[in-house]
Write a protein that binds this ligand. Structure first.
Ligand code: KIV
Ligand code: ZN
Length: 528
């Protein structure tokens, strides 16, 4: 294999693996994982700090909201040393024009066009003959190249595509000007040896394959997404498509953190390089969990709560004698720190700002800093020990609320085994304070009724869940509320030492998200 010249990356060394993150597109597409504009911008920023090469920011034709967020992310990364911003498009003209317009402001932009190539998809989904598919591959890539030199083409359901036809499609895409060729295992059906066979075949049989970046995109339906990605790299692939925490359609996509740490830990067997700052992995994973309300399972590799915990005495003893006995990588290398004591209630604003910097929040605006600092002081008054995780939960909570129309002001609850639970809630709607007192079947019910009284709405509560940010009875509660309105689902989160306050914040967060959704038109029925 020799070095490749790429329009966005220039000369790419043979051993360099491009990390293409699709958390904001394939990840966001899965039920319950939708994000609003400010959340997407926040995550895009974290992905850039993590060092990913390409951010697939969305599917611009899907809805005005999708277009707006891809455009906003492209505008944020105007500089030519930022990540490449990609927009997804089917092969039709409207899709490609919309994607081109959305990514245009980026310093480095990519149009990612895709079309199904498997017999099953062509016959039942596209109702197209293979020749028409081939023609559409050429015309879509040719059109996309009018807007940017960086064009990726994907063969949807590529792993179930007839080999000769796959070679012809890839050749057509390369001839039309594609600079990256991606072969997705769309339904998570492939085994590692299938992936090896497909890429070896493309490299041997398709003229021009040596001049483009080959890319892999694996779904996790059989739990093989990361194994398939590693097999692809070993077969010469130099772009991997993946998501934080492995989120994505159905069982998800290959997880970025697992791929990157496999490459780093087993550099002996897979000698490659990439630009990911692994120490930022945990922070990015937690940010995604905070935004979406979905924590990873405790035993999730790399970022799960137990990933570096040693319960068995024999293991603990071994690790104390030499960490390498049971640890194949250090917890610090992916961002875990021994949960450290933060400043107490006497700490000042400057110390708080320094702490935020140390936790990776370099760019918290003054208003957010003031609000977060006020809440930190309140927290330090109520809680014996304030941990880094508490600060992260608190600041993420403030950052998420940056553009909210409805804001929490105060809550006073009376409850117990005798009294009828009542809640007096004060909120601000576009700067105007409203207050109401309601009673209910419990303090949470009374609080949610007060929200209804202050801001009448039709949405229905679909999920209410409570977790703890840290340990102990004085830990902050992290509450997730899911609301449904006209078939649209949104999740809101809130954190506070008082579970009822966290519940009110989570409910208001979800309502704010619904307000944003209401201003957008329905997404078209799409498949990707
Ligand atoms: O899984 C898939 O096939 C995709 C493509 C659109 C790349 O997500
Ligand atoms: Zn996919």
């Amino acid at each position: 294999m020799s070095a490749i010249r790429h329009p966005s990356f220039g000369e790419i060394a043979e051993d360099r693996v491009i990390i293409f993150d699709t958390t904001l597109r394939d990840g966001e597409q899965s039920p319950g994982f939708s994000m609003n504009l400010s959340e997407k911008l926040r995550l895009a920023e974290a992905l850039a700090e993590l060092g990913v090469d390409v951010i697939e920011a969305g599917f611009p034709i899907a809805s005005p909201g999708d277009f707006e967020s891809v455009h906003a992310i492209a505008t944020k990364f105007k500089s030519s040393d930022g990540p490449v911003i990609a927009g997804l498009a089917r092969s039709g003209r409207d899709d490609i024009l919309r994607a081109a317009e959305a990514v245009r402001p980026a310093g480095r932009s990519r149009i990612h066009s895709f079309l199904s190539t498997s017999p099953l998809h062509m016959k039942y989904k596209l109702r197209m003959e293979p020749d028409a598919v081939l023609e559409a591959v050429s015309s879509s890539v040719t059109l996309a190249r009018r807007f940017t030199d960086d064009v990726e083409w994907s063969a949807e359901d590529g792993s179930r595509t007839e080999p000769d036809f796959l070679c012809r499609c890839v050749e057509a895409a390369i001839n039309a000007g594609a600079t990256t060729i991606n072969i997705p295992d769309t339904v998570g059906y492939a085994l590692p040896e299938d992936v090896t066979r497909i890429f070896t075949m493309l490299r041997e049989r398709v003229p021009g394959a040596e001049k483009v970046i080959l890319s892999t995109h694996n779904h996790n339906d059989l739990g093989l997404a990361v194994a398939n990605t590693i097999a692809a790299i070993r077969a010469g692939v130099r772009q991997v498509e993946c998501t934080i925490n492995g989120i994505g359609e159905r069982a998800g996509n290959a997880s970025l953190e697992e791929i990157v740490m496999a490459l780093r830990t087993r550099h002996d067997a897979i000698p490659t390089t990439n630009h990911v700052v692994t120490e930022n992995i945990l922070r990015t994973s937690k940010l995604l969990s905070t935004i979406t309300g979905f924590d990873v399972q405790p035993n999730k590799a790399i970022v799960g709560r137990n990933a570096f915990a040693h319960e068995a005495g024999i293991h603990q003893d071994g690790v104390l004698k030499h960490a390498g006995t049971y640890e194949i990588m250090t917890p610090e290398s992916v961002g875990w720190t021994r949960s450290s004591l933060v400043m107490g209630k006497h700490s000042g604003r400057a110390a708080f700002r320094d702490k935020l910097k140390a936790l990776g929040y370099d760019d918290v605006g003054d208003n957010q800093l003031n609000d977060a600092f006020r809440r930190f002081k309140e927290l330090a008054d109520r809680k014996k020990v304030v941990y880094d995780d508490d600060i992260v939960a608190l600041v993420d909570d403030e950052v998420m609320r940056d553009r909210d129309h409805i804001r929490f002001v105060s809550l006073d609850v009376h409850a117990g085994s005798k009294a009828k639970p009542t809640a007096t809630l004060e909120i601000e709607v576009d700067g105007v304070t409203r207050s109401a007192t309601e009673s209910g079947d419990g303090p949470v019910d009374a609080t949610f009724r007060a929200i209804h009284a202050l801001f009448p709405h039709e949405s229905v509560l679909r999920l209410y869940s409570v977790g703890a940010v840290t340990e102990g009875t004085d830990a902050q509660a992290r509450v997730t509320v899911r609301l449904e309105e006209n078939g649209k689902l949104v999740d809101g989160q809130g954190a506070d030492t008082d579970t009822i306050v966290a519940s009110a914040r989570a409910y208001l967060h979800a309502l704010n998200k619904l307000l944003v959704k209401r201003t957008r038109t329905e997404p078209k029925a799409l498949s990707a």
